[in-house]
Design a protein around this ligand. Structure first.
Ligand code: SAM
Length: 234
């Protein structure tokens, strides 16, 4: 298993009351939409077998979203792109519950969820070169210096994520934390596994839906920084 962060968690589980909708969705829909963590090379196409998507799963692209939170952008993107299959990883129970309920309500079929630590999941679960895109929107910034070691994107992250990204696939990371943004840009600039056609931060992708985190950041006067890099293979 590949590892990053030496076992240090990149999240703090928030205690948040779950709504009845979230509780019921978790109880009734997990079996349909969640894929259990498994430490073996796994192609998520396996998880769509019982719920065929159009185009057929062999022809579809797979996109991974790490830390989808309450799932605003995750669900909106999946709904807007029914021909792409989305896999989301999250540990926050109310977020998983909310997304499950939204999937059923909106009759979205092209989504599967891994309710598990993303570092463990990325390091062990997926077959190589599975994903055409990886999204990490507003990763926890861990602003205090003594907490920087908990940041998901840090030294070694590009090489950690690279194996599961297809040739010419992309990694798209967005943050409103300026100093974390510089760190994210620096670690990817130093990586031979990714190319950055923008030479620095990218203009926003017009297809990325806005999230509550983003609205809050903008209202507080913070800028939003975007990194969009392409996987290179020698
Ligand atoms: C600041 S929130 C952003 C949520 C969402 N992407 C958005 O833009 O609204 C970061 C999310 O990443 C999740 N997260 C952090 N580390 C994680 C990990 N190792 N595995 C799974 N989820 C993680 C947290 O639970 C949290 O929901």
């Amino acid at each position: 298993m590949q590892s990053l962060n030496r076992g240090i968690r990149t999240y703090a589980l928030r205690t948040m009351r779950m709504s009845e909708f979230q509780k019921r969705s978790l109880a009734e829909l997990s079996e349909r939409y969640c894929v259990a963590f498994r430490p073996r090379p796994y192609h998520p196409a396996e998880a769509f077998g019982h719920d065929p998507v159009d185009p057929p799963v062999e022809d579809a692209e797979f996109v991974l979203e790490i830390g989808f939170g309450m799932g605003e952008s995750f669900v909106a993107l999946a709904e807007a792109n029914p021909g792409t299959n989305y896999v989301g990883i999250e540990v926050h129970k109310p977020g998983v519950g909310r997304v499950l309920g939204e999937l059923e309500k909106r009759e979205i079929k092209n989504v599967r969820i891994v309710w598990h630590d993303a570092i463990e999941t990325v390091g062990a679960m997926f077959a190589p070169r599975v994903f055409a895109g990886v999204h990490i929107f507003f990763p926890d910034p861990w602003p205090k210096k003594r907490h920087h070691k908990r940041r998901m994107v840090q030294d070694g992250f590009p090489e950690f994520i690279a194996p599961i990204v297809k040739p010419h696939g992309y990694v798209y990371i967005v943050t409103d934390w300026a100093e974390y943004a510089e760190q994210i840009l620096a670690v990817f600039t130093g990586s031979e596994s990714f190319a950055n056609e923008f030479g620095g931060f990218a203009p926003p992708r017009p297809w990325r839906p806005e999230t509550a985190f983003e609205r809050k950041a903008r209202a507080a006067g913070r800028s939003v920084y975007e990194l969009f890099v392409e996987r290179t293979y020698a």
